[in-house]
Design a protein around this ligand. Structure first.
Ligand SMILES: Nc1ncnc2c1ncn2[C@@H]1O[C@H](COP(=O)(O)O)[C@@H](O)[C@H]1OP(=O)(O)O
Ligand SMILES: [Mg+2]
Ligand SMILES: [Mg+2]
Ligand SMILES: [Mg+2]
Length: 319
């Protein structure tokens, strides 16, 4: 069955298993107790932690995918990785079964035409805080993200959540083939908006205030990680609003693919689509707005004040 499937289906079937292997590595590093945290932030620009789990998980993901798919372009968050022996060569059978559903356009994609955006551990600040405060509930906010882009746009995504319930879960989608691993909510009585826990700024708060005045944000929940916030949107929250720069392409590629497959939308806060070509700027300088299928994305865009949008252009200004 594996060899007969199209390249994209095989890549997703492999990525599901690889994301789960990365989740196992994260849990092992956590169990070992020494996170070996490094701060990647430039002096004076906040805190940007990287742990041994980020470094090992990315090594495993890149090595494993390259074993099967020699010609793919992979862009991962971490520049420094730690070699580890785990290599995952398996495939998820359920993904292979969807091969008959994929469009002719996606079925002919070749290895050298995709960019795989890898966030080996999304929610690193929450991991650091969970350990510091002995608050293991925060670990629910950790995800492993593998997004696949073709012609600059997401066509498939994998979100693995290692600490969901007892054994974790993997949510994945291929364009046109629905969402697997959870049942997306189709409505809610309250519009809850999720936003950053660790990167709050004046523009994030002002955008949320504007949404409140138009009844587009009945409640605001501050949680970590782009992956976790999009899972929240899939499961009943109305929107994920981040009116600030700092989030990168590996944070949004996988989640955009999954959310779109569920009928939702993800753009920057001005409504511009986010591009994923290999040479693209890594920062989502226009911020992030993700909405559930049952709310109007355009209403959120229109309600966010112009001055906030003007301060978040699509391309970073050269200093
Ligand atoms: N200023 C920033 N610097 C580095 N990473 C950021 C920044 N803002 C957001 N991120 C990334 O986007 C994710 C979502 O942001 P937030 O939790 O603040 O909403 C974070 O978990 C982090 O990913 P990562 O944990 O993979 O480094
Ligand atoms: Mg990081
Ligand atoms: Mg991230
Ligand atoms: Mg990360």
């Amino acid at each position: 069955m594996f060899n007969k499937a199209s390249f994209l289906t095989r890549l997703v079937a492999s990525s599901v298993r690889v994301s789960e292997a990365a989740g196992g590595i994260i849990k092992n590093v956590m169990a070992g107790g020494d996170l070996k945290i490094v701060d990647k932030a430039e002096t004076g620009s906040g805190y940007d932690p990287q742990t041994e789990a980020d470094r090992r998980a990315q090594y495993c993901i890149v090595q494993s995918l390259q074993k099967h798919f020699n010609n793919i372009t992979i862009i991962g968050e971490e520049e420094d990785t730690t070699a580890c022996p785990e290599v995952e060569l398996g495939f998820n059978e359920d993904v292979l079964l969807t091969d008959r559903l994929i469009s002719p356009e996606l079925a002919q994609i070749k290895e050298n035409e995709v960019v795989v955006w890898v966030d080996p551990l999304d929610g690193t600040s929450e991991v650091a805080l969970a350990v510091k405060n002995k608050n293991l509930a925060l670990l629910e906010q950790v995800t492993v993200l593998i997004g696949i882009a073709y012609k600059g746009r997401p066509v498939a995504g994998i979100i693995h959540q290692p600490y969901h319930s007892t054994s974790g879960r993997t949510v994945w989608a291929i364009k046109g083939c629905g969402v697997h691993g959870l049942v997306p909510a189709t409505g809610n009585t309250q519009k809850t908006v999720v936003t950053t826990r660790s990167h709050l700024s004046e523009s994030v708060s002002s955008a949320l205030e504007a949404l409140k005045t138009r009844n587009l944000a009945d409640n605001v929940e501050k949680v970590g990680g782009a992956g976790f916030k999009v899972l929240k949107v899939l499961e009943g929250c109305a929107a994920y609003v981040f009116a600030s720069a700092g989030c990168k392409k590996w944070d949004t590629c996988a989640v955009e693919a999954v959310l779109t497959a569920a009928g939702g939308r993800l753009t920057d806060i001005s409504g511009r689509e986010i591009r994923y070509e290999p040479d693209v700027q890594l920062n989502n300088t226009g911020g992030v707005l993700a909405t559930a299928s049952w709310v109007k994305h355009q209403e959120y865009i229109e309600t966010i004040p112009k001055d906030i949008k003007n301060n978040l252009p699509e391309v970073a200004s050269k200093k």
